[in-house]
Write a protein that binds this ligand. Structure first.
Ligand code: DGL
Length: 273
Protein backbone atom coordinates (compact mmCIF):
# COMPACT_ATOMS: atom_id res chain seq x y z
CA UNK A 1 0.00 0.00 0.00
CA UNK A 2 1.15 3.52 -0.78
CA UNK A 3 2.72 5.46 2.13
CA UNK A 4 -0.10 7.67 3.42
CA UNK A 5 0.74 8.79 6.95
CA UNK A 6 -1.62 10.56 9.35
CA UNK A 7 -0.39 14.16 9.65
CA UNK A 8 -0.10 15.72 13.10
CA UNK A 9 0.57 19.45 13.32
CA UNK A 10 1.45 21.96 16.00
CA UNK A 11 3.12 25.36 16.11
CA UNK A 12 5.98 23.67 17.97
CA UNK A 13 6.45 20.83 20.41
CA UNK A 14 3.03 20.75 22.06
CA UNK A 15 1.40 18.44 19.53
CA UNK A 16 3.85 15.74 20.55
CA UNK A 17 1.93 15.37 23.83
CA UNK A 18 -1.08 14.46 21.70
CA UNK A 19 0.82 12.30 19.19
CA UNK A 20 2.26 10.25 22.07
CA UNK A 21 -1.26 9.30 23.21
CA UNK A 22 -2.49 8.71 19.65
CA UNK A 23 0.38 6.29 19.04
CA UNK A 24 -0.31 4.53 22.36
CA UNK A 25 -3.88 3.81 21.16
CA UNK A 26 -3.14 3.29 17.44
CA UNK A 27 0.49 2.21 16.97
CA UNK A 28 -0.14 0.52 13.62
CA UNK A 29 -0.49 3.71 11.54
CA UNK A 30 2.25 5.80 9.94
CA UNK A 31 2.56 9.28 11.44
CA UNK A 32 4.12 12.43 10.04
CA UNK A 33 4.65 15.23 12.58
CA UNK A 34 5.36 18.86 11.75
CA UNK A 35 6.23 21.52 14.31
CA UNK A 36 6.36 25.05 12.94
CA UNK A 37 8.94 25.99 15.56
CA UNK A 38 10.48 28.74 13.45
CA UNK A 39 7.21 30.70 13.69
CA UNK A 40 6.03 29.62 17.18
CA UNK A 41 4.33 30.76 19.29
CA UNK A 42 1.10 31.13 17.35
CA UNK A 43 -0.90 32.10 20.45
CA UNK A 44 -0.21 35.82 20.22
CA UNK A 45 -0.50 36.08 16.41
CA UNK A 46 -3.49 37.45 14.52
CA UNK A 47 -6.32 35.35 13.15
CA UNK A 48 -5.08 35.95 9.57
CA UNK A 49 -1.50 34.96 10.34
CA UNK A 50 -2.44 31.75 12.19
CA UNK A 51 -4.76 30.83 9.34
CA UNK A 52 -2.12 31.54 6.68
CA UNK A 53 0.62 29.55 8.49
CA UNK A 54 -1.70 26.64 9.31
CA UNK A 55 -3.05 26.39 5.75
CA UNK A 56 0.49 26.42 4.37
CA UNK A 57 1.41 23.52 6.68
CA UNK A 58 -1.79 21.60 5.87
CA UNK A 59 -0.98 21.89 2.15
CA UNK A 60 2.48 20.49 2.85
CA UNK A 61 0.93 17.48 4.61
CA UNK A 62 -1.32 16.91 1.59
CA UNK A 63 1.72 17.03 -0.72
CA UNK A 64 3.18 14.23 1.44
CA UNK A 65 0.05 12.15 0.67
CA UNK A 66 -1.64 12.52 4.05
CA UNK A 67 -5.39 11.96 3.72
CA UNK A 68 -6.00 12.98 7.31
CA UNK A 69 -4.35 15.82 9.25
CA UNK A 70 -4.85 16.48 12.97
CA UNK A 71 -4.30 20.05 14.14
CA UNK A 72 -2.89 19.11 17.55
CA UNK A 73 -2.87 22.79 18.42
CA UNK A 74 -5.75 24.64 20.05
CA UNK A 75 -4.73 27.97 18.59
CA UNK A 76 -4.73 26.64 15.02
CA UNK A 77 -7.95 24.72 15.74
CA UNK A 78 -9.57 27.92 17.03
CA UNK A 79 -8.38 30.27 14.30
CA UNK A 80 -7.89 28.23 11.15
CA UNK A 81 -9.74 24.92 11.25
CA UNK A 82 -13.24 26.05 10.37
CA UNK A 83 -12.13 28.07 7.32
CA UNK A 84 -9.94 25.23 6.10
CA UNK A 85 -12.78 22.70 6.53
CA UNK A 86 -15.49 24.88 5.04
CA UNK A 87 -13.64 26.79 2.30
CA UNK A 88 -10.22 25.44 1.44
CA UNK A 89 -10.72 21.67 1.41
CA UNK A 90 -13.26 21.75 -1.39
CA UNK A 91 -10.75 23.55 -3.65
CA UNK A 92 -7.70 21.54 -2.62
CA UNK A 93 -9.11 17.99 -2.33
CA UNK A 94 -12.59 17.29 -0.91
CA UNK A 95 -11.63 13.71 -0.07
CA UNK A 96 -9.06 14.85 2.52
CA UNK A 97 -9.90 15.61 6.14
CA UNK A 98 -8.51 18.04 8.70
CA UNK A 99 -9.58 17.63 12.35
CA UNK A 100 -8.87 19.74 15.42
CA UNK A 101 -8.73 19.32 19.18
CA UNK A 102 -11.39 21.73 20.45
CA UNK A 103 -14.49 19.81 19.43
CA UNK A 104 -13.47 16.39 20.85
CA UNK A 105 -12.47 18.03 24.13
CA UNK A 106 -15.65 20.11 24.36
CA UNK A 107 -17.78 17.02 23.71
CA UNK A 108 -16.53 15.38 26.87
CA UNK A 109 -15.40 18.07 29.33
CA UNK A 110 -18.86 18.45 30.91
CA UNK A 111 -18.62 14.87 32.13
CA UNK A 112 -15.73 15.75 34.43
CA UNK A 113 -17.38 18.53 36.42
CA UNK A 114 -19.68 18.00 39.40
CA UNK A 115 -20.15 21.69 40.21
CA UNK A 116 -20.94 22.53 36.57
CA UNK A 117 -18.16 25.17 36.55
CA UNK A 118 -15.23 24.63 34.19
CA UNK A 119 -12.07 26.70 33.75
CA UNK A 120 -10.27 26.89 30.41
CA UNK A 121 -6.58 27.82 30.31
CA UNK A 122 -5.18 28.50 26.86
CA UNK A 123 -3.26 30.89 24.67
CA UNK A 124 -4.53 34.42 24.12
CA UNK A 125 -5.66 33.37 20.65
CA UNK A 126 -7.67 30.39 21.87
CA UNK A 127 -9.32 32.39 24.66
CA UNK A 128 -10.09 35.42 22.48
CA UNK A 129 -11.70 33.20 19.85
CA UNK A 130 -14.22 32.07 22.52
CA UNK A 131 -14.28 28.70 20.71
CA UNK A 132 -14.42 26.65 23.90
CA UNK A 133 -17.32 28.59 25.38
CA UNK A 134 -19.25 28.26 22.09
CA UNK A 135 -18.53 24.54 21.65
CA UNK A 136 -19.11 23.53 25.30
CA UNK A 137 -22.43 25.41 25.27
CA UNK A 138 -23.59 23.11 22.43
CA UNK A 139 -22.94 19.91 24.40
CA UNK A 140 -23.39 21.08 28.01
CA UNK A 141 -25.62 24.19 28.03
CA UNK A 142 -25.79 24.32 31.83
CA UNK A 143 -22.01 24.37 32.33
CA UNK A 144 -20.46 27.73 33.23
CA UNK A 145 -17.18 28.37 31.41
CA UNK A 146 -14.50 30.81 32.61
CA UNK A 147 -11.32 31.37 30.63
CA UNK A 148 -7.81 32.54 31.36
CA UNK A 149 -5.19 33.40 28.75
CA UNK A 150 -1.67 32.44 29.83
CA UNK A 151 0.57 34.11 27.22
CA UNK A 152 3.83 33.35 29.03
CA UNK A 153 3.26 29.62 29.44
CA UNK A 154 4.09 28.56 25.87
CA UNK A 155 7.36 30.55 25.74
CA UNK A 156 8.30 28.98 29.10
CA UNK A 157 7.79 25.55 27.58
CA UNK A 158 9.31 26.28 24.14
CA UNK A 159 12.41 27.71 25.87
CA UNK A 160 12.79 24.72 28.19
CA UNK A 161 12.10 26.82 31.29
CA UNK A 162 8.97 24.94 32.35
CA UNK A 163 10.67 23.32 35.36
CA UNK A 164 12.64 26.38 36.44
CA UNK A 165 11.84 28.29 39.69
CA UNK A 166 10.89 31.34 37.58
CA UNK A 167 8.00 29.41 36.05
CA UNK A 168 6.23 29.13 39.43
CA UNK A 169 5.32 32.81 39.52
CA UNK A 170 3.51 32.71 36.17
CA UNK A 171 1.86 29.36 36.80
CA UNK A 172 0.44 30.49 40.15
CA UNK A 173 -0.56 33.90 38.81
CA UNK A 174 -2.80 32.53 36.07
CA UNK A 175 -4.34 29.79 38.21
CA UNK A 176 -5.19 32.36 40.90
CA UNK A 177 -6.65 34.70 38.28
CA UNK A 178 -8.81 31.93 36.81
CA UNK A 179 -10.13 30.83 40.20
CA UNK A 180 -10.87 34.44 41.14
CA UNK A 181 -13.18 34.61 38.12
CA UNK A 182 -15.23 31.70 39.46
CA UNK A 183 -14.52 30.04 42.80
CA UNK A 184 -16.92 27.16 41.97
CA UNK A 185 -14.61 25.79 39.26
CA UNK A 186 -13.88 22.13 40.00
CA UNK A 187 -12.42 21.22 36.59
CA UNK A 188 -9.61 22.98 34.74
CA UNK A 189 -8.91 22.08 31.12
CA UNK A 190 -5.37 22.67 29.88
CA UNK A 191 -6.53 23.87 26.46
CA UNK A 192 -3.08 24.14 24.97
CA UNK A 193 -1.05 21.15 23.95
CA UNK A 194 2.11 22.68 25.42
CA UNK A 195 0.73 22.91 28.96
CA UNK A 196 1.04 19.24 30.02
CA UNK A 197 4.75 20.00 30.46
CA UNK A 198 3.76 22.43 33.23
CA UNK A 199 1.43 19.92 34.87
CA UNK A 200 3.62 19.24 37.93
CA UNK A 201 3.79 22.93 38.74
CA UNK A 202 0.11 23.51 37.94
CA UNK A 203 -0.90 20.77 40.39
CA UNK A 204 1.09 22.49 43.14
CA UNK A 205 -1.06 25.62 42.88
CA UNK A 206 -4.48 24.13 42.20
CA UNK A 207 -6.67 23.34 45.24
CA UNK A 208 -7.13 19.64 45.97
CA UNK A 209 -10.82 19.63 44.99
CA UNK A 210 -10.07 20.83 41.44
CA UNK A 211 -9.25 18.31 38.69
CA UNK A 212 -6.82 19.24 35.93
CA UNK A 213 -7.55 17.70 32.54
CA UNK A 214 -5.09 17.35 29.65
CA UNK A 215 -6.17 16.65 26.08
CA UNK A 216 -3.90 13.93 24.72
CA UNK A 217 -5.95 10.89 25.74
CA UNK A 218 -9.25 12.60 24.88
CA UNK A 219 -8.08 13.45 21.35
CA UNK A 220 -6.66 9.95 20.84
CA UNK A 221 -9.93 8.30 21.90
CA UNK A 222 -11.88 10.61 19.62
CA UNK A 223 -9.62 9.82 16.65
CA UNK A 224 -10.00 6.10 17.24
CA UNK A 225 -13.76 6.52 17.20
CA UNK A 226 -13.60 8.73 14.08
CA UNK A 227 -11.59 6.14 12.15
CA UNK A 228 -14.10 3.44 13.13
CA UNK A 229 -16.91 5.60 11.82
CA UNK A 230 -15.07 6.44 8.56
CA UNK A 231 -13.75 3.14 7.20
CA UNK A 232 -13.13 4.60 3.72
CA UNK A 233 -10.74 7.17 5.20
CA UNK A 234 -9.21 4.64 7.58
CA UNK A 235 -8.38 2.43 4.60
CA UNK A 236 -6.36 5.30 3.13
CA UNK A 237 -4.07 5.52 6.20
CA UNK A 238 -1.03 3.30 5.71
CA UNK A 239 0.04 0.95 8.48
CA UNK A 240 3.78 0.34 8.76
CA UNK A 241 4.22 1.94 12.20
CA UNK A 242 6.58 4.49 10.67
CA UNK A 243 7.11 7.88 12.42
CA UNK A 244 8.67 10.94 10.79
CA UNK A 245 9.29 14.30 12.42
CA UNK A 246 9.80 17.62 10.68
CA UNK A 247 10.47 21.06 12.10
CA UNK A 248 10.71 24.45 10.44
CA UNK A 249 13.20 25.36 13.20
CA UNK A 250 16.60 23.93 14.06
CA UNK A 251 16.70 20.15 14.02
CA UNK A 252 19.28 19.88 16.83
CA UNK A 253 17.11 22.01 19.13
CA UNK A 254 14.03 20.08 18.12
CA UNK A 255 15.65 16.71 18.79
CA UNK A 256 16.81 17.86 22.25
CA UNK A 257 13.47 19.27 23.37
CA UNK A 258 11.04 17.09 21.52
CA UNK A 259 12.06 13.88 23.25
CA UNK A 260 10.86 15.41 26.55
CA UNK A 261 7.38 15.92 25.10
CA UNK A 262 7.30 12.64 23.24
CA UNK A 263 9.00 10.46 25.82
CA UNK A 264 11.36 8.92 23.23
CA UNK A 265 14.37 9.98 21.19
CA UNK A 266 13.48 11.89 18.03
CA UNK A 267 15.52 12.52 14.89
CA UNK A 268 13.87 15.34 13.00
CA UNK A 269 14.27 16.68 9.50
CA UNK A 270 14.28 20.31 8.48
CA UNK A 271 11.42 21.76 6.46
CA UNK A 272 11.93 25.07 4.65
CA UNK A 273 8.53 26.62 4.03
N1 DGL B 1 0.28 24.29 21.37
C1 DGL B 1 -0.57 25.27 20.83
C2 DGL B 1 -1.96 25.21 21.40
O1 DGL B 1 -2.41 24.18 21.75
C3 DGL B 1 -0.15 26.67 20.72
C4 DGL B 1 1.05 27.21 21.22
C5 DGL B 1 1.43 28.50 20.57
O2 DGL B 1 2.07 28.41 19.53
O3 DGL B 1 1.09 29.55 21.10
O4 DGL B 1 -2.65 26.19 21.50
Amino acid sequence: MKYQPIGVFDSGYGGLTVLKEIIADMPQYDYLYLGDNARAPYGTRSFETVYEYTLQCVKWFFEQDCSLVILACNTASAKALRTIQQNDLQHIDPSKRVLGVIRPTSEIIGQYTKSGHVGIMGTAGTVQSDSYRIEIEKFFPSVTVSQEACPIWVPLVENNEYASPGADYFVKKHIDQLLQKDSDIDTILLACTHYPLLLDKILQYVPGNVSVITQGKIVAASLLDYLHRHPELEARCSKNAKREFYTTGETADFNNHASIFFGKEIHSQKLML
